[in-house]
Design a binder for this molecule. Sequence first.
Ligand code: AHM
Ligand code: MG
Length: 339
Amino acid sequence: MSHPTESADTRTDITTVTQHILEQQRAHKGSTGDLSLLLTAIASACKWVSNVVRKAELLKVVGVAGTTNVQAEQQQKLDVLSNEIMINLLRGSGRTCLLVSEEDEDALFVSGDERGSYCVCFDPLDGSSNIDCGVAVGTIFGIYAVKDIANPTLKDVLRPGSEMIAAGYCMYGSSTVLVYTTQGCPVNGYTLDPNLGEFLLTHRNIQIGHKNIYSINEGNCATFDKAITTYLHDIRYPPKEGAPAGWKPYTARYVGSMVADMHRTLLYGGIFLYPGAKLRILYECFPMAFLVEHAGGAATDGRTRMLDIVPSQIHARSRIYLGTKAEVERIEQLYAELM
Ligand code: AHM
Ligand code: MG
């Protein structure tokens, strides 16, 4: 244990993300170490993206790139740069065979010596419309194991999210925080020490918090369905028959950057809602649902557990509600009763 007066720079009892990945690998008998290498490559990519995000204004990479992505959204220069960084490091890890990026219409099949046994779906820089005003953005990723390494196909990722073997995000906010979990293991968080250039274990075994916070883009309220309108009414106004002692309306918080909104939801609790089917299943909904479930929460599209959905194509979208179990169950109940 460190002494309270000891500065972070003189501590020696720190755990780096690499140490922790290796520790977890040793605990898994028969593990090949391939996933460890892949996760280490992702951590390196996130450090690199963090570096360019932090220096964006200085490197003159703010603003639009003048191109659009597959969803006809304007690409920011940093979207393009972050995508290149991710692809570079994922391919270079020698552990991937199939890459699906929000920024690329087609999946990328890795060939030759660089081919490995994992498929990675990612959004290299989510929330990038927030970049120019310095609001938190993030990288999101989900990992599947390929069925036949000699013949990877899109079917390897067009599978339920529950079949992912790992997922996570890195938030580039007031600090850079990498949060990930592997199938059946705790969710851990690592904060980038900018001086050491290392992610250090800072959030061990994250369990979703218990605060009553809701997070939704209220500007879209004209399009909300009856279940969501009812839910929002119930959390804002006391019940007609009289509020129980201590009843308080929920607090509203919305950054508009999924990684930041989900990071807060994981740490503090509450619910994140996106009722319009905007968010992409493979690299936004699934990784966040995987994390929230591993942290003791739940995720749904209102009718179906999010991780049971099978995407019809790599850029398929879904509505999504995720957060503490009680809130998600309430939404599922309203969908069953009212829709
Ligand atoms: P992006 O992938 O183009 O950045 O869009 C995804 C983002 C999420 O980070 C965020 O939750 C959502 O879009 C916000 O959408 P809106 O601006 O409609 O509220
Ligand atoms: Mg995105």
